[in-house]
Design a protein around this ligand. Structure first.
Ligand SMILES: O=C(O)C(=O)C[C@]1(C(=O)O)C=C[C@@H](O)C=C1
Length: 291
């Protein structure tokens, strides 16, 4: 039986590569979507088994609306993976850099190549489009002369486009963290040691520091903290945090105490930390698994 997985974008986009990296041995039926909202919608109405969405990138930072999407659609993070992202500039065969007057790509992909793109401006227009692969496909299908796309190497191979620039992302070690999202946490035998939590805090002195103190007292390592404005409550924020723990009982105890210290605590997912292909700096953070 195949596993139906929704992604934003089409075949050969980076989301597709992330699915292949996450499920190398599974028979996958890919469900391409035009937006992250559509991915979540497909999961909620049971059209697909799972979704895979980008959540942060080394250069572009967090894709904050995706945290909010997981929360508002009541979905759970089930797994994470890091994908190496190398960007290429591509166009129809026979095109040179001098012929290009438009570059199209996914907004996050364009952001990752900002420095390279500066060299092509002002004569070249930079245009935000759909996913990387769709933009490249459009050039091929419509025989668009003078138009280039930024995408992965696999996209140039798939659509028979010529590569005009290699590894054009600003920072060479460029990685995107993707998460698998679903309706509920599956039963798993592997040791779960990471969680993503969301909560709100009042504007009281020390409210955030109390939370951080609590986590540290219980030996829980905070690997990420992100704030996001609360809709309808101007200048008030929700906090999204990633934590690592080695003892599930202690983690459960700390969540009980957290519930008293914060409002609207939600556990967006408890999963296994995935250090395979993680950015080198992240791999240096002590992992409880090593002990
Ligand atoms: O357009 C694609 O190929 C995507 O998979 C999208 C996306 C993103 O959403 O961040 C995925 C990974 C890269 O960081 C750039 C773009």
């Amino acid at each position: 039986m195949s596993l139906k997985i929704a992604i934003q974008g089409i075949e050969s986009s980076f989301h597709h590569l992330a699915v292949q990296q996450l499920f190398p041995d599974k028979n996958i039926e890919l469900v391409p979507c035009t937006s992250f909202d559509k991915v979540a919608e497909n999961i909620s109405c049971m059209n697909v088994d799972l979704g895979v969405i980008a959540i942060e990138n080394t250069i572009a930072g967090s894709i904050l609306p995706n945290y909010q999407l997981i929360d508002s659609c009541n979905l759970k993070i089930l797994e994470e993976t890091f994908l190496t992202i190398n960007m290429y500039l591509m166009a129809l065969n026979g095109t040179t850099l001098h012929d290009i007057d438009e570059v199209h790509s996914h907004p996050v992909a364009l952001q990752q190549c900002k420095q390279y793109l500066k060299r092509l401006q002002p004569h070249c227009k930079i245009i935000e489009g759909k996913d990387t692969a769709s933009e490249a496909r459009r050039i091929k299908e419509n025989n668009l002369k003078g138009v280039a796309a930024i995408a992965g190497k696999q996209v140039a191979e798939k659509f028979g486009l010529e590569i005009l620039g290699k590894n054009i992302q600003t920072i060479k070690e460029n990685k995107t963290r993707f998460v698998v999202i679903g309706r509920e946490t599956p039963l798993t035998t592997s040791k779960l040691n990471k969680a993503t939590l969301k909560f709100q805090l009042d504007h009281n002195i020390g409210s955030l520091s109390n939370v951080l103190q609590l986590l540290s007292t219980f030996g829980i390592n905070l690997t990420k903290i992100q704030s996001f404005p609360i809709e309808g409550k101007p200048w008030q924020y929700s906090f999204y945090v990633d934590v690592l723990f080695d003892n599930t009982t202690l983690f459960e105890e700390v969540t009980i105490l957290l519930r008293k210290a914060v409002s609207q605590l939600r556990i967006l997912g408890i999963y296994k930390q995935n250090l395979e292909n993680a950015p080198s700096t992240l791999a240096q953070i002590p992992s409880y698994e090593k002990y």
